[in-house]
Design a protein around this ligand. Structure first.
Ligand code: FMN
Length: 333
């Protein structure tokens, strides 16, 4: 039991192997800029180099974004990302595979023509973290919001409020408010130089008992990147904050998730890039940011649940990637 608790602090983790093919790499730096965990830096030889962070071998969550966005297919990943022990043990199976909706193991090129347009967007959509400095018209943003309005919700309650921000100064205010909180949280775990703070291990473990999701160490590398960049929204021209009516029927958080995904898929079908940004939202609900919440129109009964960065993607982003397999139980008649 104690071993499991200790491993809340620095869980034993297996990472995928990442490699950069130096013959193919054109040193464009897309992977360095957009890796969500700051897990790729410029190496001494001028090529991108996968690195670790804060006591972990690698700073990687196996999202494959670097592979998807590389214009010359120079990046490769092999193996899965698994927290092997402790409270945060991974519950997926560790079997990585590309989409196989037809269940025949065919390569994507063969499968794609068989799929509906919805399925194609669904498999090819990747989170976009490289945005052009180009505004998105209000008409297009309205089209995205409208897809959210028609999402299914428990009791058709539509427990949502949407806040669309294109004013860069206000977006930055939200980012800075969040970064202040994230920095403090990260410092519980890591010293300024990114090393683990062994002295804090028992405090961290205690907190993880009561705040299990919030203390999961996996986003800490992303927090460090946000602090260095002083940004969370990847310089997107627009963001949408989705708020729930806390008095909504049954499970307004779930309703918001469904609503948000309607927006994300619609945006992608329109050629826009999106990225959910949760890191900016949790801190927004902290008591000391009540002034900012008021400014944004988030007052009782509203509560921010998630947010989406929206903009025009810079270069190639959407692509089919491999994913871990989740447990499936079939109870057939
Ligand atoms: C609720 C939620 C919150 C997220 N928060 C962030 C975030 O704060 N910053 C970020 O860069 N990506 C964030 N992501 C994006 C995930 O990292 C991404 O969806 C995941 O790695 C899979 O990659 P894909 O979207 O390209 O398939 C979030 C995703 C979800 C669903």
């Amino acid at each position: 039991m104690f071993e499991g608790m200790k491993q809340a602090y620095l869980p034993k983790t297996r990472f995928p192997k990442r490699a950069v093919d130096r013959e193919k790499c054109e040193k464009c730096g897309r992977c360095v800029t957009a890796c969500p965990t700051g897990g790729i830096i410029w190496g001494g030889d001028g090529f991108p180099e996968p690195i670790g962070f804060g006591g972990f071998d690698q700073a990687c969550i196996n999202c494959w974004n670097c592979v998807a966005m590389c214009p010359t297919d120079a990046l490769s990943m092999e193996g899965s990302y698994q927290v092997e022990a402790g409270r945060y043990r991974t519950m997926t199976t560790g079997r990585m595979s590309p989409p196989d909706p037809l269940g025949n193991g065919q390569p994507w090129k063969k499968i794609e023509p068989e799929l509906t347009e919805v399925e194609k967007v669904l498999y090819k959509r990747r989170s976009n973290r490289l945005f052009k400095k180009k505004a998105v018209d209000r008409a297009l943003l309205t089209r995205v919001l409208e897809a959210g309005r028609f999402a299914p919700s428990g009791g058709n309650n539509q427990p949502y409020k949407f806040i669309v921000i294109t004013d860069q100064a206000v977006i930055h205010e939200v980012e800075l408010g969040a970064i202040g909180v994230l920095k403090r949280l990260k410092n519980l775990y890591l010293a300024k130089d990114g090393k683990r703070r062994l002295g804090k291990s028992s405090l961290f473990t205690m907190l993880s008992l009561f705040m299990v999701n919030k203390m999961d160490p996996r986003p800490f590398t992303a927090m460090d990147k946000a602090e260095k960049d002083q940004a969370l929204y990847w310089h997107a021209p627009a963001i949408i904050i989705l708020c729930k009516n806390t008095r909504g029927i049954a499970n307004p958080d779930l309703d918001i998730g469904i609503c948000a995904q309607n927006m994300v898929l619609t945006a992608h079908s329109l050629g826009l890039g999106t990225c959910y940004i949760g890191l900016a939202i949790e801190p927004l609900n902290y008591p000391h940011l009540s002034g900012l919440r008021k400014k944004l129109g988030i007052t009782h009964p509203w509560e921010a649940v998630t947010s989406i960065a929206v903009g025009w993607p810079k270069g190639k982003i959407d692509a089919v990637v491999s994913r871990d397999s989740v447990p499936v139980e079939w109870i057939e008649g």
